[in-house]
Design a protein around this ligand. Structure first.
Ligand SMILES: Cc1cc2nc3c(=O)[nH]c(=O)nc-3n(C[C@H](O)[C@H](O)[C@H](O)COP(=O)(O)OP(=O)(O)OC[C@H]3O[C@@H](n4cnc5c(N)ncnc54)[C@H](O)[C@@H]3O)c2cc1C
Length: 410
């Protein structure tokens, strides 16, 4: 970093902040704050995507020719950071962050022409059909089968944990097109409309009662060969490329936002209850400890991004390190929020005990979502490759010395 780049990024940050101040009205922030699922409900998420699209900011990481912003890595990071700190809706970015880059890299000209503008505008809402029962971490063992029949594949099998499959109008899915050789060598990636005959969706309710994820069944579904991305049996290469886009991000800002929520909860509850949790040394120590860890994570993220901007490859090692730490910090922040709220965090259970109860709310109303958020944040260490798998990767990369850290640790 030097004075010129510092000034450039400070002025960029101000522009982003003023845009966010204008668009994220208190009502929108309040609605976003009440979302507890793994992604915002599409009505809110797509409103945000449309708002960003009007400004040309939907897909900062895309090349300019396809509608990207032309921002460098640090500007993209600052944008993510400011959105998280401002409490912008956490809209599902399956189309923008995953499907779009894959179509750009491996898609045919007609796939690019058709799908990319629709992903940018939010006209198409995508879900990701990778995981199957028995094939999560060991994704290459997937069994959903696609058999060629003329100009179509006939697909049979099922996917699981498919986020927002009940809202999506398109799915990109990995299928087995060959059983010869290594499992990785017989996989292809297909695109299918969700209303194709033979596709059915069954909800899975999370322990908080949220409906985010689903099972998706394929019963003799015909998918045109022209909807395959990349060559037949090269889906593993496509999938690996795609998974690179799943990790990374401004984890520290998300955790900081969650911690801020915990602070608000503690103060509000103190006011209602006439107690002084906020002034209790043990609570404040826990809070301060996490704040320090989040600040350390933020600086690590920035150093990694600065290295990238300078043209150094940060490689997969730091992506895994940041993911593991980032998800743990988010989870700890949600635990502190629960601590701050005490029994106010469980009004849903109170309602269950007293059906039809007309009791007035006995806590700040956003506390209604804290339990759900706490429960759903358990998923952050599972999605995008579980933290155990990330730790295996980190160990292997360090032991094999395949990946330099990308920046000096001292
Ligand atoms: C909220 C949520 C949303 C999701 N959304 C989607 C989606 O939209 N699309 C999609 O395709 N998938 C989605 N997933 C699935 C997710 O990618 C998988 O859950 C994840 O990859 C783990 O796979 P699994 O659940 O089969 O667990 P498993 O792979 O069976 O793992 C079970 C446990 O064993 C551990 N384990 C497994 N192998 C090893 C190993 N080699 N070494 C050490 N420990 C190991 C794991 O870390 C884990 O703790 C979602 C999951 C969740 C929770």
């Amino acid at each position: 970093m030097n004075k010129a780049t510092d000034d450039k990024y400070a002025s960029f940050r101000k522009d982003v902040q003023s845009f966010l101040r204008e668009k994220l009205t208190p009502e929108i922030q309040d609605r976003a704050r009440r979302q507890a699922g793994v992604a915002a409900e599409p009505k809110l998420g797509l409103w945000w995507q449309k708002t960003l699209h009007e400004k040309g900011w939907t897909a900062p990481a895309w090349p300019v020719e396809y509608g990207g912003t032309g921002w460098d890595a640090m500007e993209q990071y600052i944008f993510q950071e400011e959105c998280a700190l401002a409490g912008a809706p956490n809209h599902l970015l399956t189309g923008v962050q995953m499907c779009g880059p894959v179509i750009m890299q491996f898609g045919s000209p007609s796939q690019k022409e058709y799908f990319l503008p629709r992903i940018l505008s939010g006209e198409d809402y995508w879900c990701q059909g990778f995981s199957e029962p028995g094939s999560g971490s060991d994704l290459a063992s997937l069994k959903t089968k696609a058999v060629r029949d003329g100009d179509d594949y006939v697909v049979n099998g099922s996917k699981i944990w498919t986020t927002h499959a009940h809202y999506a109008n398109w799915i990109f899915l990995l299928v087995r097109t060959s059983t010869e050789g290594r499992p990785q060598a017989g996989i292809s990636l297909l695109l299918s409309p969700m209303n194709a005959p033979g596709i059915s969706v069954r909800p899975i309710l999370s322990m908080s009662g949220e409906h985010d994820v689903n099972e998706v069944f394929f019963d003799n579904v015909r998918i045109p060969v022209s909807n395959r991305v990349g060559e037949e049996n090269q889906g593993w290469t496509v999938a690996k490329y795609l998974l690179e886009f799943e990790r990374g991000g401004a984890y520290a800002a998300i955790a900081r936002n969650a911690l801020e929520e915990a602070r608000r909860s503690a103060l509000q509850r103190d006011e209602i209850d006439q107690r002084a949790l906020w002034d209790e040394p043990s609570f404040r120590r826990r809070f301060a400890d996490l704040e320090i860890q989040i600040t350390a994570q933020a600086w690590t993220e920035r150093r990694v991004i600065a290295g990238k901007t300078a043209g150094t490859s940060t490689g997969p090692l730091m992506a895994s390190v940041l993911k593991v730490r980032g998800s743990e910090l988010q989870q700890t922040a949600s635990e502190i929020a629960m601590h701050a709220l005490g029994e106010f965090a469980i009004p849903d259970q109170r309602d269950a005990l007293e059906p039809g109860s007309k009791l007035p709310p006995h806590g700040p109303d956003f506390a209604l979502r804290s339990t759900a958020r706490y429960m759903n944040s358990r998923a952050t260490s599972i999605v995008r490759g579980t933290n155990e798998i990330q730790r295996n990767l980190i160990a292997r990369l360090i032991i094999n010395q395949q990946a330099p850290l990308g920046f000096a640790l001292d």
